[in-house]
Design a protein around this ligand. Structure first.
Ligand SMILES: C[S@@+](CC[C@H](N)C(=O)[O-])C[C@H]1O[C@@H](n2cnc3c(N)ncnc32)[C@H](O)[C@@H]1O
Length: 214
């Protein structure tokens, strides 16, 4: 359970699973609709994987850096960036659990389907708050609380989804304000009549501007 999943091994075939591509498309669309990223923004995608979400946000923003602790995932993203000749996409190999942290400050941090692989969410949310510009926005998508049936292989899964209020409370403790949540997608697994539904939330929050508004 505490072992890390080997995402390097999964990287080359990651995008071949239609469910993942569909989910990333729906999450990116809800991020765009809710947060309205624009061409003034420097963005960080934490746990970017092969960049499914990174590359959907790329045309909307000034720059976006995909951060991941899997070299294999980043290799796939880098190849896409080269093939498309994109000048505003960067990648960064970084595992914050080992004390790594990206340099710079961002207007927006997004993360999709990565939180459940991170044991210490409070430390991660503090890091996110630190990495954001004052007034910067966070958008995190992950599974609602589930019974452990979502992952066929539980290696590296530290949380069976999340209670949205628990996430909001951790975000507030980390210094975020204006937390709000919505359902970004519903993943359907299994085949009829044994289908199961796994809702995915998008929680957004803002780092307060400084000085705080009176
Ligand atoms: C389930 S994948 C999601 C990938 C991508 N966001 C998507 O929607 O397709 C989770 C990703 O988080 C990365 N990851 C897990 N723990 C991490 C950590 N501590 N620091 C950085 N990346 C991490 C993994 O390497 C993997 O690429």
């Amino acid at each position: 359970m505490n072992e890390k999943r080997d995402f390097d091994k999964a990287a080359l075939s990651w995008d071949e699973e239609p469910r993942r591509v569909k989910l990333a498309g729906n999450v990116a669309a809800v991020i765009i609709d809710t947060i309205h990223p624009d061409r003034t923004m420097d963005v960080l995608d934490f746990g970017c994987g092969t960049g499914l979400i990174t590359l959907l946000l790329q045309p909307q923003v000034k720059s976006i850096v995909g951060v991941d602790s899997s070299r294999g995932m980043l290799d796939v993203l880098e190849q896409k960036v080269r093939e498309r000749g994109l000048a505003n996409v960067g990648t960064l190999f970084c595992d914050f659990e080992r004390g790594d942290r990206p340099a710079g400050r961002f207007h927006l941090i997004v993360s999709s389907m990565t939180l459940h692989h991170v044991p210490d969410l409070q430390a991660l949310f503090r890091l996110f708050c630190d990495l954001l510009q004052p007034g910067g926005v966070l958008g995190i998508a992950d599974l609602d609380a589930e019974d452990g049936s979502f992952h066929d292989d539980p290696t590296g899964v530290h949380h069976h989804g999340f209670d949205r209020e628990m996430i909001t409370s951790l975000l507030s403790k980390a210094g975020f304000v204006e937390c709000s949540d919505k359902t970004a997608d519903v993943i359907v697994k299994g085949s009829v009549p044994d289908t199961r539904e796994y809702p995915v939330f998008l929680i957004t929050a803002r780092k307060p501007s400084w000085p705080p508004p009176k």
